[in-house]
Design a protein around this ligand. Structure first.
Ligand SMILES: Cc1ncc(COP(=O)(O)O)c(C=O)c1O
Length: 376
């Protein structure tokens, strides 16, 4: 059968591959501790769920404006202005079916065939496919493996075909947060070379040091930065499929055209949950952040005691562990012999590392680390 060569060029998700193997073992009755998934283990806070249910009961089951419910668009615009210091008019907001959808649409909106996109590695698994689906060519630039900050390699990677730089801080998979010198370097190169920045800030609420500085708030950057964010990680809403982008109006308008002919809009009653999340009591976010922080310190201490070096885990809910050698083989050994599922760094262009998600209850994390330690 003759199928699309565009899709053939896209690998199935490597993070799902190990998670699927772990699930198959679990189905067979094996007690696998899965630290491979990228989602909070908490349930969505009740007031958000109730707002969605109330919307359904009121009959909010019809089409909504393509850019999103006005109340949600307004809440996102004020969050961008007040919290992120990004000048933002509601006309610069697009509500999407998750942050991933926003990234896909942004690439569709900006790229022409052969345009290059600089992706900082280690990188989250979906940037490359989103670039390729839009006809772009990813150019991978590694951060400094000692500090997880940028080096001059960024400047060397930018050429005449470069159109976009993808930034993800706090990072999935490393948990690292870019410092002001790294952000400055990205801003300078974007302004000098007339590039668009795509700043994926989905983990912005999960930081364990000083608060995050949004790339779009740096002088001169608002007019060339698409800031992507969503509800999945901050509010434990992965299954709701709700996210957004704010950015320069011409780009957001093009993204809205893509959305208009694909998903049409985010789900109407789901968006009512989003309004409750952004405008309601934020203490639930802090409760989850503190729980992640406690687990983070526990996991980092245990790994350090075993002699492993980790990336600076200043954000998100991942420990990125240097194991050296064949990370795929090590992940397979941890799964087969310790019954602990983690993700090989190769999935993120970082061979020799493993990503361990600490979005799991402390007793399970403790048991997982005991099993890994017992491997020797
Ligand atoms: C860095 C990063 N960006 C975006 C996403 C996608 O989030 P959403 O569930 O809103 O599509 C994820 C999910 O794992 C992620 O880790």
């Amino acid at each position: 059968m003759n199928l699309s060569s565009r899709i053939a060029a896209i690998a199935p998700s490597a993070t799902l591959a190990i998670a699927n193997r772990a699930k198959a073992l679990q189905r067979g009755g094996v007690d696998v501790i899965s630290l491979s998934v990228g989602e909070p283990d908490f349930n969505t806070p009740a007031h958000i769920t109730e707002a969605c249910i109330a919307a359904l009961r009121r009959g909010e089951t019809h089409y909504a404006p393509g850019a999103g419910l006005p109340a949600l668009v307004e809440a996102i615009a004020s969050k961008a202005r007040d919290e992120n210091r990004i000048p933002c008019d509601p006309s610069q907001v697009l509500v999407t079916a998750g942050a991933k959808d926003a990234i896909h649409q942004a690439m569709q909106a900006v790229l022409n065939p052969g345009d290059e996109v600089v992706v900082l590695t280690p990188d989250w698994v979906s940037y490359e496919p989103c670039v390729r689906l839009a006809g772009g060519v990813p150019v991978f630039v590694a951060v400094d493996p000692a500090t997880f900050q940028l080096t001059d390699a960024l400047l060397e990677a930018v050429g005449p075909r470069t159109r976009v730089v993808v930034v993800n801080s706090p990072s999935n998979p490393s948990g690292a947060v870019l410092d002001s010198a790294s952000l400055r370097m990205i801003a300078d190169v974007c302004m000098e070379r007339d590039l668009v920045a795509l700043s994926d800030e989905i983990y912005e609420k999960l930081v364990y040091g000083p608060g995050l500085v949004s790339l779009g708030s740096l002088p001169g950057m608002a007019g060339r930065t698409v800031t992507v964010n969503g509800f999945s990680k901050a509010y434990a809403m992965t299954g709701w499929r709700l996210g957004w982008a704010v950015g320069p109006k011409p780009i957001v308008d093009y993204m809205a055209r893509v959305q208009g002919h694909t998903t049409s809009q985010a789900v109407t009653f789901v968006m009512h949950g989003g309004v409750a999340a952004l405008t309601g009591d934020q203490s639930c976010v802090e409760v989850m952040r503190r729980a992640f922080d406690e687990r983070r310190r526990f996991v980092l201490d245990r790994l350090a005691a075993m002699g492993y070096r980790c990336a600076p885990a200043d954000g998100a809910f991942y420990a990125f562990v240097e194991v050296g050698g064949d990370d795929v083989a090590t992940a397979a050994r941890w799964l087969d012999e310790a019954r602990v599922a983690v993700t090989p760094g190769s999935a993120f262009h970082a061979p020799g590392w493993l990503r361990l998600s600490y979005a799991a209850a402390l007793p399970r994390l403790s048991e997982a680390l005991d099993r890994i330690a017992a491997l020797g």
